[in-house]
Design a protein around this ligand. Structure first.
Ligand code: NAD
Length: 343
């Protein structure tokens, strides 16, 4: 197991790569630790959970809400959790987001760590300390930025990951490559999900490269006043589509990135939206979707990135180089409508 410590503004996070649940004995006190997982993962890995006090919640984005957090808090009280308790979220992004959120509000904040079990949670959701819940159709509307004390990767969890979840993970990997890493973009063009599944060494390297890329952006701008915003590439439209049409996170972000690529052609002179769309397609991700732009715009107008009558939108100058542009909402609405009807 490889250990790296990343220091953020108020705290640090220990990353443990190529580890296993058994390594936790050296990181936390078994008597004072509660696992949080979802029913799918619990059913697949019951053996791994024996010996650990575990709280199981239903699986799915629709449970990333305050009612689930309230039930979890009631169960933590029943289990006599206190300020010395550590919560460990073992699961995908829904579990890491809600575990970090509950740990941050329970008794005004207790220690928490993650064992991400989806590719998406490994390369993205577990990193950076954004913990939160959805409110109706509004994604991540309530939450807090607070770093986990550790993140441990056990790649054996990926053996049971359905193909849709591999695709979702690659949506965020392609996002990272598009905004910051042209070399990675090229590597992805030359590879495929199947190749990464077979070549475990390349997969491990790919995951670490993405963890480092995101961690570096977060470290430089933990509270999202500058470059961290680039990570929202594809997410503004993506988030609106995700909850409105019950799309998976990666699929929604993929559509959002395709549209942002096409807007970039008009706004920044970006020339490679064809390459971006072809790469998303290669990783089984959707690049077009019929949607009701009126309904989508009602949600976009409530987005956290909106200020006054304009919105900060992440676009591409070229592959590996993203920029933030202030776009008047009216223009955005017209562009998105024309792109949606032309495809
Ligand atoms: N906090 C952040 O910075 C951040 C970043 C990106 C995404 N997110 C959030 O992450 C969520 C999406 O994460 P996700 O795609 O991991 O979704 P998820 O947590 O819903 O997991 C997807 C599905 O895979 C199942 N699963 C998980 N691990 C498995 C395994 N090893 N084997 C078999 N099945 C497994 C789950 O039970 C679930 O059904 C969204 O809520 C999104 O908003 C947060």
């Amino acid at each position: 197991m490889r250990h790296i410590r990343y220091t953020f503004s108020h705290s640090s996070t220990d990353y443990y790569f190529a580890g296993g649940i058994s390594n936790l004995k050296d990181i936390v006190d078994l008597q004072k630790t509660i696992f949080i997982t979802d029913e799918n993962i619990f059913n697949c890995y019951q053996k791994k959970f024996s010996n650990w006090d575990t709280l199981v919640i239903p699986s799915g984005e629709q449970y990333k809400v305050q009612a689930t957090a309230d039930r979890m808090i009631a169960q933590l009280l029943e289990k006599k959790a206190d300020r010395k308790t550590t919560l460990i979220g073992i699961g995908g992004g829904v579990i890491t987001d809600i575990t970090g959120y509950v740990a941050s509000i329970f008794m005004r904040g207790i220690r928490f760590g993650f064992i991400p079990t989806t590719l998406l949670a490994m390369v993205d959701a577990s990193i950076g300390g954004k913990n939160g819940i959805d409110v109706g159709v509004f994604k991540n509307m309530v939450g807090i930025i607070r770093q986990p004390s550790f993140i441990l990767h056990d790649l054996t969890f990926l053996n049971t990951l359905p193909v849709l979840e591999w695709q979702n993970g690659f949506a965020e990997i392609i996002k990272h490559a598009s905004i910051k890493d042209a070399v990675l973009f090229k590597q992805l063009e030359e590879s495929s999900i199947k190749k990464y599944q077979v070549r475990k060494k390349s997969l491990g390297e790919l995951i670490e490269r993405n963890v480092m890329l995101k961690s570096k952006l977060v470290k430089l701008d933990e509270f999202e006043t500058g470059d961290r915003k680039l990570l929202n590439f594809g997410h503004t439209l993506g988030h609106a589509l995700e909850n409105l049409y019950k799309l998976s996170h990666g699929h929604a972000v993929s559509i959002g990135m395709s549209v942002a690529g096409l807007i970039s052609e008009q706004r920044t002179g970006f020339k490679d939206s064809g390459r971006l769309i072809a790469l998303l397609d290669k990783y089984g991700l959707p690049t077009a979707f019929e949607f009701d732009s009126k309904k989508v715009f009602e949600i976009l107008k409530m987005d956290k990135k909106k200020a006054g009558n304009s919105m900060q939108y992440v676009l591409l100058n070229k592959i590996g180089k993203a920029v933030i542009k202030e776009i008047p909402i009216d223009n955005l609405e017209k562009w998105i409508e024309s792109i949606a009807s032309a495809r």
